[in-house]
Design a protein around this ligand. Structure first.
Ligand SMILES: Cc1cc2nc3c(=O)[nH]c(=O)nc-3n(C[C@H](O)[C@H](O)[C@H](O)COP(=O)(O)OP(=O)(O)OC[C@H]3O[C@@H](n4cnc5c(N)ncnc54)[C@H](O)[C@@H]3O)c2cc1C
Length: 309
């Protein structure tokens, strides 16, 4: 790739949404570049058992295979983040980590969401080995076990209620419980064990989670911990491009063709909101990649006229 290459479609993100978008866009004979890192995808550490046609597989394997598939259709990859995007008359100019600039006729934003972390010892080391950020995805792995859920908002309270159907015991740890009175009442009657006014200071375990250390010094013996502290928003990206957010002000607003509020910008996957699941990311990636390729082809035709045979 040269410093000022022009692409029909540039895809920000190398997770399932971005890769699927690249597969569909490149099969439409457009020049496609993917930015981002596969190992930064939420899926990279996941064990998946709820995707069509796959009983059990690793997220890493799915991403590796998908990436090779996209490359086999001609998509290129640059393992760098986009640092800035400037809209222009002919294209969007994207500046990458190393200072390269690329020009895109159409953009697909598939940068996912970063799960809010606790930032305590053991969290990173034990991810996928008892630490999870997704009850819906991983709850089934903890059938009959003692688990904890960390967080004081509706995502955590709802997660605790879901886990009660699966786990032997469910502890909810939060500094304060900030949910509606109705949900609070349901939770208090549910059998979940509430630890309010405390935080988690460490996750214990070497190969697998064995417990939590709480701020009051107590130890909670659990084999699973679900961190449900909401997902970080997309405000920076949205504001630089003037994109509209959805009602929650956390996700990008798109229409049925995955078009965002600025012409030529499409979005797919977790950045478009819940359910934060691979199947949804892949479906939206398919639509976004197809629509972005069509948009880029039409723009090129208008700018340059038909290709000479
Ligand atoms: C532990 C765990 C287990 C899970 N298990 C399951 C499961 O079993 N089943 C299921 O369906 N879902 C599961 N999920 C959810 C699933 O992983 C996500 O829904 C899915 O990965 C979302 O895909 P995405 O492409 O939108 O974003 P991601 O997969 O998060 O990919 C985001 C991409 O954007 C890139 N990026 C970020 N910022 C920039 C930037 N500025 N410039 C360029 N690139 C950028 C990153 O490098 C990354 O490649 C799980 C999630 C977690 C965390």
């Amino acid at each position: 790739m040269t410093q000022t290459s022009t692409y029909d479609v540039v895809i920000l993100g190398c997770g399932p949404a971005g890769i699927q978008a690249a597969i569909h866009a490149s099969r439409k004979k457009t020049r496609v570049l993917m930015l981002g890192r596969m190992n930064k995808s939420s899926l990279f550490w996941a064990h998946v058992e709820n995707f069509l046609g796959m009983f059990k597989t690793s997220g890493e394997e799915m991403l590796r295979t998908g990436l090779s598939q996209a490359q086999s259709f001609g998509a290129e990859i640059l393992e760098e983040d986009a640092l800035g995007i400037t809209p222009g008359k002919r294209c969007f100019t994207i500046e990458t980590e190393s200072g390269q600039t690329v020009c895109a006729r159409a953009l697909v934003i598939a940068t996912g969401t970063t799960r809010n972390k606790l930032g305590v010892p053991g969290e990173k080391e034990l991810l996928g080995r008892g630490v999870s950020y997704c009850v819906e995805c991983d709850g089934g792995f903890f059938k009959g076990e003692d688990v904890a859920i960390v967080g004081g908002q509706s995502a955590a309270a709802g997660g605790a209620l879901t886990l009660l159907h699966l786990a032997k015991s469910v502890h909810l740890v939060c500094a304060s419980l900030d949910v509606s009175p109705a949900l609070q009442a349901k939770l208090r009657q549910s059998g979940a064990i509430l630890h309010e006014g405390v935080t988690v200071t460490a996750i214990q375990g070497e190969k697998q989670v064995v417990g939590l250390t709480l701020s009051d010094g107590a130890t909670l013996p659990v084999t699973g911990v679900f961190i449900e502290q909401g997902a970080k928003g997309v405000l920076e990206l949205a504001s630089s491009l003037g994109l509209t957010l959805d009602e929650s002000m956390k996700y990008l607003q798109t229409d049925k063709s995955q078009a965002a509020s600025v012409p030529g910008v499409f979005a797919a996957g977790d950045i478009c909101g819940p359910p934060l699941q691979m199947a949804k990311a892949v479906g939206e990636g398919c639509v976004a990649g197809t629509m972005a390729a069509n948009y880029a082809k039409n723009l090129k035709l208008a700018q340059e006229g038909p290709d000479e045979e």
